[in-house]
Design a protein around this ligand. Structure first.
Ligand code: C2E
Ligand code: MG
Ligand code: MG
Ligand code: MG
Length: 286
């Protein structure tokens, strides 16, 4: 009897697993369709210069909303895209979309200093990446300094000679790199010597409990010191509360990003947000 119960349970689990596998497969197919049909969207989150209060840049974040699955978070569909070989297409789409949007803003005279695009470590295995970026900049009449590429430490940790070549080619073009989620990756800092970087982004996990946690404060300070000693901009992300902002400001942080200023917004909404913020900053006329 135990045997049959066991068998039944096994059948139950395998049915569940099968369902999961099917849903995943369906999601892969749907994600691919959505990329091809340009059904993903980029949302943009402001990054504020803490010295001047001006806009420093925007981070582009991919959004996928599907009729059946609803809003799928990037935490779910980015790893899926990486696992099923779609991350190349997804990143090409994101780079294109961000460059086109920047061109639209430029043509409208809206002053966005730069847009940051997130790339996956796998994208650097693609030897065409550099050419794609160059083509997008040219097509949209942008300067290399108009875009920043966010990458994580893992890109650098297991960088093959071909990855290093790609990084250097992109840098020679004048496009700059940002190290995302800094402090959560690897303890080796030697890679900071190997590639040309413009900024470090303190991971939000150090910011979440900043007001109540002395260790987080020490670590955020240490990250700032590393950045400053290398002449990099240091961005703190995930700032939700004034108290967190105050601590980071006192420590000397350069750039702030988080819900305290704005959630990521679609292109129309962020445009309004930026214009609004810039109008407020204009000194009152005499
Ligand atoms: P990330 O690049 O570290 O982006 C920051 C994440 O923190 C975003 O989550 C953003 O919405 C969220 N965030 C910003 N401010 C706050 C805050 O004050 N509080 C909290 N709790 N969260 C905040 P999102 O948009 O869900 O993206 C998650 C991750 O997915 C990103 O982390 C990035 O690694 C990846 N991702 C998103 N879009 C793309 C993309 O186009 N390409 C690639 N390769 N990865 C992407
Ligand atoms: Mg990022
Ligand atoms: Mg990230
Ligand atoms: Mg991050």
């Amino acid at each position: 009897q135990a045997k049959t119960a066991g068998k039944g349970r096994f059948a139950f689990f395998s049915h569940e697993l099968n369902q999961l596998a099917l849903e995943r497969q369906e999601m892969e197919v749907e994600l691919q369709k959505s990329i091809v049909n340009n059904e993903l969207a980029l949302h943009y989150q402001p990054q504020m210069c803490m010295k001047t209060g001006r806009l420093y840049g925007l981070e582009a974040l991919a959004r996928w909303s599907h009729p059946k699955f609803g809003a799928v978070s990037p935490g779910r569909f980015i790893p899926l895209a990486e696992e099923c070989g779609l991350i190349g297409d997804l990143s090409r789409w994101a780079l294109k979309a961000a460059c086109q949007q920047m061109a639209i803003w430029r043509n409208k005279g809206i002053d966005i200093p730069a847009v940051s695009v997130n790339l996956s470590p796998l994208n650097f295995h693609d030897t065409d990446l550099c050419r794609l970026i160059k083509a997008q900049l040219e097509e949209n009449n942008l300067q290399p300094s108009d875009i920043t590429l966010e990458l994580t430490e893992s890109v650098l940790l297991d960088a093959t000679p071909s990855t290093m070549q790609t990084l250097h080619d992109i840098h020679s073009m004048g496009v700059r790199f940002s190290i995302d989620d800094f402090g959560t990756g690897y303890s080796s800092l030697s890679y900071l010597r190997k590639i040309p970087i413009k900024e470090l982004k303190l991971d939000s996990s150090f910011v979440f409990e900043l007001e109540h946690d002395g260790t987080s404060q020490s670590l955020s300070k240490a990250v700032l010191q590393i950045g400053e000693s290398l002449n990099l901009d240091v961005v703190a992300e995930g700032i939700e509360r004034q108290e967190q902002y105050a601590i980071l400001k006192k420590q000397g942080y350069h750039v702030a990003q988080g819900y305290l200023f704005s959630k990521p917004l679609n292109a129309v909404e962020i445009e309004r947000w930026v214009i609004d913020a810039q109008t407020k900053m204009v000194p009152s006329s005499t």
